[in-house]
Design a protein around this ligand. Structure first.
Ligand SMILES: C[S@@+](CC[C@H](N)C(=O)[O-])C[C@H]1O[C@@H](n2cnc3c(N)ncnc32)[C@H](O)[C@@H]1O
Length: 343
């Protein structure tokens, strides 16, 4: 039968398939089909905001199976309104946050998720991110007692254990955007690298001179070393320790990634002093929406105290964090005073 499909490059197919499932746009009445370098993914609508082409193609039909865990979870109907609509998928592990009202049914919820996701082997409840290493407190509620897994995004394979290291699968598009900005022979510093999702993608798809990848968490650095091997990339130097101290021992950078949203501002001065004029900082911050201007005013004052200037080239609200707070991504360019005409 003829089906409407999204034609996507093979290496991006898995992450796009997951996003389509999460947004209810995958047409599960057809089988996915390979076509040379591309994968044809059946979709229920063309109202999808993406860069890929839609094609009409003969696909094999398949029996519809349930894809929404809410429809099959065994629990009182009146509590189903508390069930979360979204959750994270990291490789073969689902991580889900559950309200107090759902605690009694957590194993049923986990089992329902396993049923609708045949590729998932473990479901874990997220009890919050703790400490400066930002590691999640996970409680396994269904499936295997194993959280180490291989996650793939944009063709980059990342081995990690979310019970020991921080990893956010929702930043894949952001990491790809930053990778596309890296110019040949740049010196890149990934100050809070985790298991290396930014560093490995940059080393794989761009041509930096070197990427220095730092993290305080020894488990993250161990996984980063494995991910360098798994992806057969060169030009990454893993460094375990406090990036505020280690960055001063490095050659000046052209690009610094600061993915530590709760406290990146505390490291901004150290980063600026190690950035080449004309260089860029990718700065992530969580703040009150109405205090965003003052956050950047403080960063600007730090630059001025060094006799320099910063310019926000791009600012994006990545997601809502609380009723009044959001997570932002800013591309901040740094210029020497001599280069600043309007000082
Ligand atoms: C929000 S996570 C980001 C990880 C990674 N960039 C990603 O996208 O998955 C922040 C990381 O910073 C690390 N970290 C926290 N404080 C640090 C410090 N002073 N120096 C180096 N790494 C630090 C944590 O261990 C954690 O892995």
């Amino acid at each position: 039968m003829l089906a409407t499909c999204l034609k996507v490059p093979r290496e991006k197919a898995e992450s796009i398939r997951r996003r389509l499932i999460e947004s209810g746009l995958l047409d599960i009445s057809f089988r996915i089909k390979g076509q040379g370098e591309f994968i044809l993914i059946p979709v229920v609508s063309k109202e999808i905001d993406c860069e890929y082409e839609f094609v009409e193609e003969e696909l094999q039909s398949q029996e519809k199976t349930e894809t929404d865990y809410k429809n099959i979870v065994k629990m009182p109907a009146e509590l189903k309104d508390y069930l979360p609509a979204s959750y994270d998928i990291i490789g073969e592990v689902i991580i889900i946050k559950l309200d107090e009202e759902l605690q009694e049914y957590r194993n049923e919820i986990g089992n329902a998720l396993l049923k609708v996701h045949p590729n998932i082997s473990t479901v874990a409840e997220d009890r919050g991110v703790k400490g400066e290493l930002r590691v999640r407190d996970l409680n396994i509620i269904a499936g295997k007692d194993k959280t180490e897994t291989m996650h793939t995004e944009h063709g980059v394979r990342l081995l990690l254990d979310p019970a020991y290291v921080y990893f956010n699968p929702r930043l894949a598009t952001e990491r790809h955007r930053i990778t596309s900005l890296v110019k040949d022979d740049e010196i890149v510093v990934d100050m809070f690298a985790g298991v290396g999702p930014y560093s490995v993608m940059i080393a794989k798809y761009a041509k930096p001179k070197i990427v220095f990848s730092m993290d305080l968490n020894p488990y993250a650095i161990d996984y980063l070393k494995k991910n360098i091997e798994i992806n057969k990339v060169e030009n990454i130097i893993p460094l375990e320790g406090d990036s505020a101290a280690m960055i001063h021992d490095l050659p000046p950078a052209d690009r610094i990634i600061m993915n530590l949203p709760h406290s990146a501002h505390e490291f901004f001065y150290d980063a600026l002093t190690c950035l080449n004029p004309g260089g860029t900082i990718h700065f992530y911050t969580i703040c009150e929406r109405d205090s965003l201007d003052s956050v950047f005013a403080k960063l600007s004052m730090q630059a001025r105290s060094m006799g320099s200037k910063i310019t926000i080239d791009r600012l994006e609200e990545l997601k809502t964090y609380s009723p009044t707070m959001s997570v932002y991504s800013a591309d901040i360019r740094f210029s020497d005073l001599d280069l600043v005409e309007d000082w």
